[in-house]
Design a protein around this ligand. Structure first.
Ligand SMILES: Nc1ncnc2c1ncn2[C@@H]1O[C@H](COP(=O)(O)OP(=O)(O)OP(=O)(O)O)[C@@H](O)[C@H]1O
Ligand code: SF4
Ligand SMILES: [Mg+2]
Length: 374
């Protein structure tokens, strides 16, 4: 870590949703509204896409936090704000004790090398005209880093670390499979010895059979190098084995956050229940896992005009009048462990075990199923 960055003292347990280790990254009220322009002949702002709207999140040193939610809920925008590829509309980003929310390019320079991103698509994120060696070396060149033994030696070490043949230094991306290309992306992200990696759906473009290998590689990287991760994913299955804490996002907001076991075993937010019910479980001795299956009807509402009050209310089976008028705060509910926060006026029971019946939210699907069984 650079000399000018100091780590803050450990956050107290009263600090909601904070990690159990020293805090590396703290995001408070992070907001990104993309303006929409219209009108003729004078173009003016006619609205805004509320992509991220007041997200609070902490990541500890060496910790992995999963950020999960449906398409369009603002996961990538959150990742891009943290890496400062996007300028926040409001809120604060503190990295290693330093406020980097609106830091200039120069102020950001030492931090930039410590926060790296791995992208979803290993095809488009690698320049097809550059060799693997050039691709992995370029962050060192841009940042003027000269490792002992030279950059080429370091690249070969990195190739080995990510499970690729160091002799493939002069090959081009098209000579590699999807999984191997993502390994190249991981090697590039590691080139500057980062402290934090934002992995934006790093395996969702890969064949299912390859996904586990790449997740295992990232796990190894996290364990051996002590790198903190924000692991962005659509579903809870992928982050389950990788993340110590999980934050669930819906339409620009974090609706539930907590440590992994608490989120999986005692989810309180209806949306987390719905996401969990979609996670496939391995059947043991042919027995069903006994979990309810919840099908969410309809699409995520538009972030241009999100629903009033609780944004999930248009799809929630527990919604009441209060949900339309009062936005539920993200708080620790009684019965939940410290750090497990939920934003819901009428949360689910702390356990799923005593609720046997399926909740079917989509009447059209239910009718089809009924027809099929008759
Ligand atoms: N540059 C932009 N200008 C306008 N709207 C944008 C921009 N980038 C993202 N959005 C909108 O912001 C919302 C959140 O997008 P984002 O890409 O962060 O979602 P996501 O959770 O990563 O989705 P996915 O799972 O599909 O990757 C979406 O409605 C998207 O259309
Ligand atoms: S606040 Fe209301 S609408 Fe929102 S999740 Fe809770 S019960 Fe559902
Ligand atoms: Mg995305």
């Amino acid at each position: 870590m650079s000399d000018n960055l100091t780590l803050p003292a450990q956050q107290g347990s009263a600090d909601a949703g904070s990690p159990s280790t020293e805090t590396l990254l703290k995001v408070e009220g992070l907001t990104k509204h993309f303006p929409i322009y219209g009108g003729f002949p004078i173009r003016r702002k006619v609205g805004a896409v509320q992509a991220v709207d007041g997200v609070d999140l902490s990541v500890g040193v060496g910790e992995s936090v999963g950020l999960v939610g449906e398409s369009g809920c603002g996961k990538s925008t959150t990742g891009r704000l943290i890496t400062r590829l996007l300028e926040p509309t409001a809120g604060r980003i503190t990295y290693a004790g330093q406020d980097i929310t609106h830091a200039s390019r120069r102020e950001l320079a030492p931090v930039r090398s410590e926060i790296q991103m791995i992208f979803q698509d290993p095809y488009s994120s690698l320049n097809p005209r550059q060799t693997v060696g050039t691709i992995i070396k370029s962050p060192m060149e841009v940042n003027g880093i000269d490792p002992a033994g030279g950059r080429e030696k370091r690249v070969r070490e990195l190739l080995e670390l990510v499970g690729l043949n160091p002799e493939h230094y002069n090959r081009f991306p098209h000579e590699f499979s999807g999984g191997q290309r993502q390994r190249i992306g991981v090697a590039r992200a590691l080139a500057l010895n980062p402290k934090l990696i934002i992995a934006d759906e790093p395996v969702s473009a890969l064949d299912v059979s390859i996904q586990a290998q790449v997740v295992n590689l990232l796990q190894k990287v996290q364990d051996e190098l002590g790198i903190a991760f924000v692991f962005i994913a659509h579903d809870l299955a992928i982050v389950r084995h990788f993340s110590q804490r999980i934050a669930v996002m819906y339409l620009g907001k974090v609706v539930e956050v907590g440590d992994r076991d608490s989120i999986y075993n005692r989810p309180r937010h209806p949306y987390t229940h719905a996401l969990l019910s979609a996670v496939p479980e391995v059947e043991i001795d042919g027995e069903d896992d006994g979990r309810e299956r919840i099908r969410l009807s309809g699409d995520v509402p538009s972030p241009i005009q999100p629903p009033s009050g609780c944004r999930f209310r248009t799809r929630c089976w527990k919604a009441q009048d209060k949900c339309a008028t009062e936005e539920p705060p993200l708080v620790q509910l009684s019965g939940n462990r410290g750090g497990h926060l939920t934003a819901c006026h009428f949360p689910e029971d702390p356990t799923t075990e005593d609720r046997g019946e399926d909740i079917v939210l989509d009447p059209a699907l239910a009718a089809l199923e009924d027809d099929a069984t008759q």
